[in-house]
Design a protein around this ligand. Structure first.
Ligand code: NDP
Length: 463
């Protein structure tokens, strides 16, 4: 008789948990998975996937405008939010089903309920006591709303995906990925949108020139940007207590500067915290980081030897592909090559912000390269994409390469423009391989594309 019911028990069926469970079950490991909300986690349900679908929807009006320059015209189209939302919901349901099949077909046992630790080797799910040799916490993150009077009127990205109706005016608080992306979506769908950020320029951590360029582009699209300000209070001004029915301008948003804005919806996109409530952690001596996330070592082991944690709950880089990589590492570490398993490499992780136009970025910003003591050559190309010579759109594109002068290595590639994420994904391989600027220059471009600019930038910026 085995000592434990399972070799591995995973709490949370999101990106990290499902990948770990499937890969481990495929190796013959006896795996249990507990999930009490939705299969696929944040990414599939209230993150990357529905967000990208909404981004596509929000781009349509501008594309229709552009069509006129190419000779196309049509009756004005009408937008119906409920169709978009419901179609999105159907697609998410389909994906939930795929996740279920993937887990079942892998041989893992799914428990649909909340798992609570009883001790280091036991959890309780739906009244059943389950033992496991290794237990993995992969419960993700949860949106955080700052404390201010009326913050209960603010919704988070979780609720935005399921609104009953779209408001006429919206206020978005925050200056990170979610704030910038959601402001673009709302604006594109016809909502008068104001983004409020406490710092002097949003997207902290991104290349400064990219941030400034994005500010200009978003303002051109009609998003109102208010920096160096914050929400002091939200007041309900109409009788509607029903936040999800945001047709009316139901709120007055008072800013620290004293400005007051009306809005039917206030979105707090102010970061996410480790989602660890009600897991029975009081029964474990689990060390937490200062931000509340689970503290882990390089192999994702927590302070309790047989318990591991992966993905957003560890408070590291909150990106789906990172969570997947961590899940794959842990499966191999525990049930494959062991100590010989190569660590997840957190350098040069490419990422995109799906604002309009998109930001794609990999490697160091100009500022980070200089902070590391590098002497850098900076190559910048800013231009009107060919399409917009006829479309009438004033959208522009910015591309930037940061080159370490000593080694000629390209240490950063950044872009703001159509499909920047798609383009930077390819360049990420080059950076991972340590490509030099000379190798970029020796690469023959594809003409006419925007991407070819990355291999034709010959003159460094003169500082
Ligand atoms: P971020 O951490 O990226 O941004 C949070 C923003 O909220 C920052 O601008 C921060 O300001 C601001 N903020 C924090 N606390 C307060 C406060 N008390 N009052 C006012 N403003 C505050 O979090 P997000 O919620 O945007 O996204 C969470 C994570 O999800 C991201 O870090 C990213 O890793 C991931 N994500 C990735 C996406 C992608 O890959 N495209 C898309 C969406 C999310 P400050 O800068 O001053 O700290």
């Amino acid at each position: 008789m085995p000592e434990f019911d399972f070799d591995l028990f995973v709490i949370g069926a999101g990106s990290a948990g499902v990948r770990l469970a499937r890969m481990s079950a495929a190796k013959g490991v006896r795996v249990g998975v507990a999930e009490d909300r939705y299969l696929g986690g944040t990414c599939v349900n209230v993150g990357c996937v529905p967000k990208k679908l909404f981004v596509y929807a929000s781009e349509v009006p501008e594309q229709l405008d552009c069509a006129r320059g190419f000779g196309w015209d049509s009756e004005p189209l009408r937008f119906d939010w409920t169709t978009l939302r419901d179609n999105k919901n159907s697609e998410i349901l389909r994906l939930n089903g795929i996740y279920r099949k993937l887990l079942e077909n892998s041989g893992a046992s799914l428990f649909e309920g909340r798992a609570r630790f009883q001790d280091t080797h036991h959890v309780e799910v739906n009244g059943k006591r389950i033992s496991a040799e290794h237990i993995v916490i992969a419960t993700g993150g949860w949106p955080f709303v700052p404390d201010f009077p009326g913050n209960n009127y603010a919704i988070t990205s979780n609720e935005l995906f399921y609104l009953e109706s779209l408001p006429r005016q919206a206020v978005v608080l925050g200056g990170g990925y979610i704030a910038v992306e959601m402001a673009g979506i709302l604006n594109g769908l016809g909502v008068e949108t104001t983004l409020i950020y406490r710092g002097d320029l949003f997207l902290r951590g991104f290349d400064q020139e990219i941030r400034e360029f994005v500010r200009e582009e978003l303002e051109k699209k009609g998003i109102r940007l208010l920096f160096s300000d914050n929400i002091a209070e939200i007041r309900q001004v109409s009788g509607s207590a029903q936040i999800l029915d945001a047709k009316q301008q139901s709120y007055q948003v008072i800013l620290e500067s004293g400005k007051a804005l009306n809005a039917g919806l206030v979105l707090a996109a102010t970061g996410r915290k480790a989602h660890l409530d009600d897991l029975g952690l009081e029964n474990l001596a689990l060390e937490r980081n200062r931000d509340g996330s689970v503290s882990v070592d390089d192999c994702y082991r927590t302070s309790v030897a047989n318990i591991f944690a992966l993905g957003d709950v560890t408070g590291r880089i909150q990106l789906t592909p990172v969570a997947l990589a961590e899940g794959m590492f842990l499966s191999e570490y525990l049930y494959g090559a062991g100590e010989a398993t190569p660590q997840v490499d957190y350098e040069n992780i490419a990422t995109a912000v799906f604002c309009q136009p998109n930001i794609g970025t990999v490697g160091l910003s100009e500022e980070q390269a200089r902070e590391r003591g590098m002497e850098v050559d900076v190559f910048v190309s800013e231009f009107r994409p060919l399409k917009h010579t006829l479309s009438g759109s004033d959208e522009r594109c910015l591309m930037k390469l940061i080159v370490d002068r000593g080694s000629d290595r390209v240490v950063g590639a950044h872009m703001v423009g159509h499909e920047a994420g798609e383009i930077i994904q390819g360049l990420a391989i080059a950076l991972k391989c340590g490509a030099s600027k000379a190798q970029f220059d020796a690469t023959i471009g594809i003409h006419p594309t925007s991407a070819e600019e990355f291999v034709t930038m010959r003159s460094a910026r003169k500082d």
